[in-house]
Design a protein around this ligand. Sequence first.
Ligand code: CA
Length: 234
Amino acid sequence: MAHILVVEDEEKLARFVELELLHEGYEVSKANNGRDALDMALERDFDLVLLDIILPGLNGLEVLRRLQKEKSTPVILLTARDAVMDKVSGLDAGAVDYITKPFAIEELLARIRVALKLHQVSEEKKEEESADPGVLEWGKLRLDMRRHNVFYDGQEIMLTNREFTMLQILLENQDIVLSRDTLLDRVCGYSYAGETNVIDVYVRYLRTKIDEVFGIKLITTVRGVGYVIRSFQG
Ligand code: CA
């Protein structure tokens, strides 16, 4: 279950929120001043921080700014009523939401659920994006664009530049049938005046070097249209 840091110097309120969160099944830690809050939030990976703005030591906005420099922990601010500037500065500084005191606990819980969910989704997206963009894979085949090499099951396949480019384009467009004209433009460049059957020749070379050696069926011919690499089916 999510671990939430409650930062609030009004002890009664802090205790009340803590009990409600515990009741909902969250794990809860508390801090009653800005410095402790920042130390704790930097040291441990909380799933969310509920942060009061007016705090002794370091105010909530400062805690937020310093925390955001280091981490992406979502923060919900607790603000006093009518403190419009605090809300604006808080959101500018990266808070995901704020709630005005006094608040109904149900509203706070709802906002916490939303913030946790949004954070989870954005973290998953980040992970996907950080997958190495320079590598294309198809089963045991691995094409590395930066190192300009191709391996099948750890064994290197020696390709010419054009064979490599052709394979790269097909791997980048899995499940999209590419016409000979399209392939010719992209493999040989627009200025190339040759016949499109040069593409058939490259496909034949690739099949000789990959399909025949490793006993796989990589490039599919779509008669009358062109070529495609279908996404890998384990
Ligand atoms: Ca306060």
